[in-house]
Design a protein around this ligand. Structure first.
Ligand code: ADP
Ligand code: MG
Length: 251
């Protein structure tokens, strides 16, 4: 029980000595990372440094070469892990939205509930409408993704991930494919989620978002964590030359 010495925290993600190679290319070279419940962690780093691979390992879209990952109560690297159950607890949002183009907006948001949880159609649709309203999309239920702007599509993708009540949300450069004027509406939905206490692991080049919303910023270079700390520590006063030179290039 808590002694009052420090706030009680529960790790929702525990990554230990994670390595991932593609052939001879060792992309992740020993990553250790804990994410506590309710924490927002932003991952920054140059293109090709392994950010997407790290995120994709967390829900086993990529199978680690070695190391262990526990996420949202699931032992992801156990050979008998129930990946369907795990992925329902871990929502993911990609750079390229990845909505089903032939399905309506409503069907995009209900499909996981219907398939994974066998939720009844009316119940799934009620939840979908609630989630769509939460991301500011209303009156588009019957539209197809192509009829929406990129910002709207990405907000639908967030609603789709939220519809199964995940405990953890992974975002891989969710605004990188958007026209600049549409970035803000997606970031503002993400800020809202963070404010409600969602645990989030976010790969982003949006340093303003990282500064404002992240509890912790992790800088990755060459497949290792080179620096981590509060936004002020990492973004304002980076200690390593590698982080300094990266930040000079992006800020
Ligand atoms: P980042 O997201 O930081 O830009 P990635 O994790 O996408 O970096 O990629 C890191 C490295 O891993 C790159 O060299 C990339 O070419 C390689 N890589 C990523 N995915 C694959 C894959 N499926 N097969 C082979 N190489 C890959
Ligand atoms: Mg990437």
């Amino acid at each position: 029980m808590s002694t009052g010495e420090s706030p009680e925290t529960t790790a929702l993600v525990t990554i230990r000595d994670l390595h991932k190679s593609f052939g001879d290319n060792e992309v992740l070279r020993g990553i250790d990372l804990d994410i506590n419940e309710g924490e927002v962690v932003c991952i920054i780093g140059a293109s090709g440094s392994g950010k997407s691979t790290l995120l994709r390992c967390v829900n086993l879209l990529e199978v680690p070469t070695s190391g262990t990952i526990e996420a949202a109560g699931h032992d992801m690297t156990h050979p008998d892990a129930d990946l369907d159950a795990a992925r329902a607890d871990i929502g993911m949002v990609f750079q390229q939205f990845n909505l089903f183009s032939h399905l309506s907006i409503l069907d995009n948001v209900t499909i996981a509930q219907r398939r994974v949880y066998k939720t009844s159609k009316p119940e799934a649709e009620a939840e979908a409408r609630r989630r769509l309203a939460e991301v500011g999309i209303e009156g588009k239920e019957r539209s197809k993704p192509s009829q929406l702007s990129g910002g709207q599509q990405q907000r639908v993708a967030i609603a789709r991930a939220l519809a199964v009540n995940p405990k953890l949300m992974l975002f891989d450069e969710p605004t990188s494919a958007l026209d600049p004027e549409l970035v803000g509406e997606v970031l503002s939905v993400m800020k809202g989620l963070a404010a409600e206490g969602m645990t989030m692991l976010v790969v982003t080049h949006e340093m303003g978002f990282a500064r404002e919303v992240a509890d912790r910023v992790v800088f990755i270079d060459g497949g290792v964590i080179v620096e981590e700390g509060t936004p002020a520590e990492v973004l304002t006063n980076p200690k390593t030359e590698r982080a300094q030179s990266f930040l000079h290039r992006v800020l």
